[in-house]
Write a protein that binds this ligand. Structure first.
Ligand code: G4P
Length: 537
C-alpha cells in the first residue's frame, strides 16, 4: 500500500439533479464552506436558458472555456474534496453520464415541490449501473412542497433505492421551522437567508424534552410522531449499505438559505467513500497500487479558434501522476509526457507537479486523446464503464462546401471524439449520421464546424429514434440478420455494428422476429458475446 494518506483524504463526487432543483445553488454553498470562493454569485450557472447554439457558445466563453468550473477542489475537515461539475441542460445528459464514471459518489438534489423528476431518474439509472453511493438532499423546504413521507416513498419507487432519513423537517413553506438531525439528535432552527449559527442548534437529549415544545409549539407533537414512525419503519442507518449503493441517506434543507448545507457537508465527509477501485478490461485496478493509471472521461475544446488545443480531463485511478514523466497511452501505443498538467482550485487553474487517485487533472491535448483513453506506466489495460448510450435524435450530415470535405471530416471526427455527439456510418450509401440526445447539439456542431474547421454542412433529419449495438452468440444468425436488414445497419466510430430503429414498437417487432440477436442500448456490451465488426461494405 502506497500513498495511503493522500488517497484516504480524497473524496471525489458530483452533484446531480433535474434542471432547477438547486444544483448550482448547492454547489456554491459547498464551495463557500470549503473556502474555495468568498462570495455568493461566483459560480456561474451552466444552465442554457435559451436553447440556441450562440447562447451555448456565449456561456462557454464566459466560463473561460469551462475548465475552471469543470472540476472544483477544496479542502474541508482536512479532506481534499474534488467536486465535478455536470452540465445542467438535458441535451448534454451524455456528458453527465461520462462524468459519473469519474466520481466515487454523488449527491442528488430533489426539489420538494416537484419531487423526483425525469432527468434525475435517468441519472440514477447510471449510478445504479455503476453501484455509485448516493446521498439525497431534498431542497427548497422554505416552499410548500410534498409531504416528507410521500417524498421518501417517491424516491424509493422512482429511484429504486432504499432510503433512510438522517434529518427531518419541521413543517415547511412559510411555517418551516427547521430540521431535527436524527444522526446527532439535535434541532437546527431555520433562519432565512443565512447559515445556521451556534445558537440555532439545540442538543435534544430525548424527544420528550420540553425544550422542543418551547421552540416548536404545536409542531413538537408532530415531530415526535414522525420520528417514532421513522424509527419504526426505516432500519437504522448503516454506512456499509450506503457504500454498497443499497441505501441512500436523505437530508432536508434549503440551499438558497444555506440551511442544512453544512450538516450535509459534514455528514458527506464522514461517510462518503475514499477513491474506489475501477474495472479495466483485464482486471480491477485498486487505488493503492503503486503503478500509475488513469482514464480520460471528458475532453474540452478551446473555444478560441486561434488555439485549436483541447483539455483532456483525466481521473487518476492508481499510483502517482508526475509532471514531465512519460506515461503510456494504451490505445496509441506511445509514451507521452505532460509539461503543464493543471489542477483547478476554485476559479484558478494551476500547474501541478503530482496528483493521486481520486484527483482529476487537465492535460493539454493536440489531438491525442479521445474519451475512454487510458494512461498507464506500461500496462495494456483499458478502463471500462465509459459507454456511449443510444442517442435519440439522428441526422444525416450533408456537406455544403465540397472544397472543404477534408476539414468537415476532421471536424466531425474530432468533435465526436470529444463526445459532443456520436458519429455513425450507414452501411448503404455510406451516409454520415450524427446521433445526439438533443437538438441543441446539432446547432453547436454546425457552429463549431464553421468556426473551428471552416467547414459547412447542413443536416437532413432521419426517422430513427434509437441506435442499438447488436451482437449474437451465433455469428451465422447475425450475418443472416444483417443481410435482411442491411438498410438499417451502420457502424459506430470503432466499427461496431449498429442497428437503427424508427420506433420502440418497430424495435420490439424486430427483437421478436430475431430472438437470437441481442440489442444493446449502450456501447459497453457486457455479455461478452462477440459482435461483428463492420467490414465497410
Ligand atoms: P440547477 O442548478 O439545479 O438548475 O438550479 P439552481 O441552483 O440554478 O436553482 C434553480 C432556482 O431555484 C434558482 O432560482 C434558485 O435561486 C432557486 N433555489 C435554489 N435553492 C432554493 C431553495 O432552497 N429555496 C427556494 N425557494 N429556491 C431555491 P431562479 O429564480 O431560477 O434563479 P435566481 O434568479 O434566483 O438565481
Amino acid at each position: 500500500m502506497i500513498y495511503v494518506d493522500e488517497i484516504n483524504k480524497r473524496r471525489t463526487f458530483a452533484i446531480i439533479s433535474h434542471p432547477d432543483a438547486g444544483k448550482t445553488t448547492l454547489t456554491e454553498k459547498l464551495l463557500l464552506f470549503g473556502g474555495a470562493i468568498q462570495t455568493a454569485g461566483a459560480v456561474k450557472s451552466n444552465k442554457i436558458k435559451k436553447s440556441t447554439a450562440s447562447d451555448f457558445m456565449e456561456i462557454e466563453r464566459q466560463r473561460g472555456i469551462s475548465v475552471a468550473t469543470s472540476v472544483m477542489n477544496f479542502e474541508y475537515n482536512e479532506m481534499k474534496i474534488n467536486l465535478l461539475d455536470t452540465p445542467g441542460h438535458k441535451d448534454f445528459a451524455e456528458d453527465v453520464y461520462r462524468t459519473l464514471t469519474a466520481v466515487d459518489s454523488v449527491i442528488i438534489v430533489v426539489d420538494c415541490v416537484k419531487g423526483v423528476e425525469e432527468q434525475t431518474e435517468k441519472l440514477m439509472e447510471v449510478c445504479r449501473m455503476r453501484k455509485t453511493p448516493v446521498i439525497v438532499f431534498i431542497n427548497k423546504l422554505d416552499r410548500e412542497g410534498k409531504r416528507p413521507f410521500d417524498l421518501l416513498d417517491e424516491i424509493e419507487a422512482k429511484l429504486r433505492i432504499k432510503v433512510r432519513p438522517l434529518s427531518w423537517p419541521i413543517s415547511m413553506g412559510s411555517s418551516f421551522k427547521g430540521v431535527y438531525n436524527l444522526y446527532d439528535k439535535s434541532l437546527y432552527l431555520f433562519r432565512p437567508g443565512g447559515a445556521t449559527i451556534a445558537e440555532d442548534v439545540l442538543a435534544v437529549s430525548n424527544l420528550e424534552d420540553s425544550l422542543l415544545d418551547g421552540q416548536l409549539g404545536e409542531d413538537a407533537a408532530q415531530l415526535r410522531e414522525d420520528v417514532a414512525l421513522i424509527e419504526g419503519v426505516y432500519e437504522p442507518f448503516e454506512r456499509k449499505s450506503y457504500l454498497e449503493a443499497d441505501l441512500a441517506p436523505v437530508f432536508f434543507g434549503s440551499a438558497v438559505n444555506n440551511f442544512g448545507v453544512k450538516e450535509l457537508l459534514d455528514t458527506f465527509t464522514a461517510i462518503a467513500p475514499t477513491p474506489r477501485s475501477r474495472i479495466a478490461d483485464a482486471r480491477a485496478v485498486h487505488p493503492h497500487e503503486e503503478s500509475f493509471s488513469g482514464f480520460v472521461f471528458k475532453i474540452h475544446a478551446n473555444i478560441d479558434p486561434r488555439h485549436r488545443d483541447r483539455i483532456a480531463f483525466l481521473r487518476i485511478c492508481s499510483g502517482k501522476f508526475e509532471r514531465n514523466k512519460f506515461f503510456h497511452h494504451v490505445r496509441l501505443g506511445k509514451d507521452l509526457r505532460f509539461r503543464s498538467p493543471a489542477s483547478f482550485l476554485a476559479q484558478e487553474k494551476s500547474i501541478i507537479e503530482e496528483a493521486y487517485p481520486g484527483d482529476v487533472i487537465g492535460l493539454y491535448d493536440t489531438g491525442n486523446f479521445k474519451i475512454g483513453d487510458t494512461l498507464t506506466e506500461g500496462e495494456k489495460i483499458m478502463f471500462q464503464g465509459i459507454p456511449s448510450f443510444s442517442p435519440e435524435v439522428f441526422k444525416e450530415v450533408i456537406n455544403t462546401d465540397p472544397m472543404r470535405s477534408k476539414q468537415l471530416e476532421k471536424g466531425l471526427e474530432q468533435l465526436t471524439d470529444e463526445g459532443v455527439a456520436q458519429l455513425f456510418t450507414q452501411q448503404q450509401g455510406k451516409k454520415r449520421i450524427i446521433g445526439t440526445v438533443g437538438e441543441l447539439q446539432f446547432d453547436v456542431i454546425q457552429y463549431r464546424l464553421l468556426h473551428e474547421y471552416g467547414a459547412s454542412c447542413r443536416f437532413n433529419p432521419l426517422i430513427y429514434n434509437k441506435a442499438c449495438w447488436i451482437t449474437a452468440k451465433d455469428k451465422k444468425k447475425l450475418e443472416e440478420f444483417c443481410k435482411y436488414r442491411s438498410d438499417r445497419l451502420g457502424s459506430d466510430k470503432d466499427g461496431n455494428l449498429v442497428y437503427f430503429s424508427e420506433s420502440d414498437w418497430a424495435l420490439k417487432r424486430v427483437r421478436e422476429d430475431y430472438p437470437e440477436v441481442e440489442f444493446h442500448f449502450s456501447s459497453e456490451i457486457s455479455t461478452g458475446t462477440p459482435g461483428l465488426k463492420y467490414s465497410g461494405d
